[in-house]
Design a protein around this ligand. Structure first.
Ligand SMILES: Cc1cc2nc3c(=O)[nH]c(=O)nc-3n(C[C@H](O)[C@H](O)[C@H](O)COP(=O)(O)O)c2cc1C
Length: 201
């Protein structure tokens, strides 16, 4: 499958069959993650492959996003596979400004600078994780698999279920599996609304 075809075909799939994912397919998904580019080649991430039924059920329960409401992420337990994307701000590259110059360095550390605006500091961990996850998702689409990104989760609870260390952030969970219900395309803004040429319009 061409990359553009995978991009056009992909949907957020929230209903899965129980068909197992063959090992060679999983290997290619993980290879797609591994080959992703990262700022400074820091690779500040770790991905937890969750296939165990009980662990998936506990993970799904931790992916709640509205206390008191029915858990909309029960499909995480239904899918044969979940991949939990964790990242380290300390291991990722940060962009900041030092004495008027742009600086890139690993970690959250920013030199003291009273004139620095707080929003000038950018840690790239979430960018790095998102690129790797998108590689995974597009490869999964090319393999005929459905996926859904899930950022709505209780981070502390997910960490507890999977023994994620204190210094790692849980960015997103991706549920993956075959489906017999491929959703309709969701609407997107027209190009004119999101692209401008030569200056911001
Ligand atoms: C970063 C990110 C976080 C998301 N978090 C959730 C989520 O917590 N729960 C959910 O059901 N879908 C989630 N989604 C799926 C989006 O709702 C979905 O991508 C969007 O509605 C567009 O639909 P499509 O993926 O079918 O094109 C997330 C998607 C992204 C990219």
């Amino acid at each position: 499958m061409e990359v553009i075809e995978a991009i056009r075909t992909r949907r957020s799939v929230r209903q899965f069959t129980d068909k197992a994912i063959p090992d060679d397919v999983l290997d290619r998904l993980l290879e797609a993650l591994r080959l992703a580019p990262t700022g400074g080649n820091a690779q500040p991430f770790k991905f937890i492959v969750v296939r165990d039924t009980e662990t998936k059920a506990r993970l799904a329960a931790a992916c709640h996003y509205k206390p008191g409401m029915p858990n909309g992420h029960a499909f995480i337990a239904q899918a044969p596979l979940a991949i939990v994307a964790c990242g380290s701000n300390d291991a990722a590259i940060s962009r900041f400004y030092q004495d008027g110059d742009v600086a890139l360095a690993p970690g959250q550390w920013v030199p003291p600078n009273p004139e620095r605006r707080p929003d000038e500091h950018l840690n790239l961990m979430q960018v790095d994780v998102a690129i790797a996850v998108d590689h995974l998702v597009l490869q999964a689409t090319a393999e005929g698999l459905g996926t859904c990104w899930v950022a709505g989760l209780h981070e502390g609870e997910v960490k507890e279920v999977l023994s994620v260390p204190e210094n790692m952030r849980v960015v997103v969970v991706i549920s993956i599996g075959y489906t017999d219900k491929w959703p309709e395309a969701r609407p997107r803004k027209p190009l004119e609304e999101i692209v401008s040429y030569d200056k911001y319009v």
